[in-house]
Design a binder for this molecule. Structure first.
Ligand code: ZN
Length: 128
């Protein structure tokens, strides 16, 4: 999907009109990233990325788990689309691998359905 020329229209669109895609993957220490901008799908700029982090506390509230990931960003989004970039991807929930089950998971919320599909395929994710 291209946002060319439609930046203000896109940001004024009602929330429910925008497509979002939820993807669940295992809790990997590193992810395979598609070679495209997480916001618009253009080729990513050299060394440009958008850092996304999530955190949560355990039952006692004393221990906090955090995770952070960097998604590719194109030059245009890096330069002029900060509003869109800020909401292009969110970590909506995660579980760190446990002592016994050893299986953690992360749920991502993407604004760009095609990036979500590609990311999901590359990281054995499932749509949720
Ligand atoms: Zn972009």
């Amino acid at each position: 999907m291209r946002w060319r020329g439609g930046i203000s229209a896109a940001s004024e669109a009602p929330k429910e009109a925008r497509l979002a895609a939820r993807v669940k993957t295992h809790y990997f220490s590193s992810f395979n990233m598609p070679r495209s901008c997480v916001v618009c799908g253009n080729p990513p700029g050299q060394g440009m990325s958008w850092k996304v982090s999530g955190s949560k506390s355990n039952w006692s509230g004393k221990q906090t788990s955090t995770l952070s990931l960097e998604f590719p960003l194109c030059e245009e989004c890096h330069a002029v689309r900060r509003g869109l970039v800020h909401r292009c991807v969110r970590v909506s929930g995660f579980k760190t691998p446990g002592l016994f089950d050893k299986q953690g998971w992360i749920v991502f919320n993407f604004e760009n359905p095609s990036f979500a599909a590609e990311f999901s395929t590359m990281n054995l994710g499932v749509a949720v």
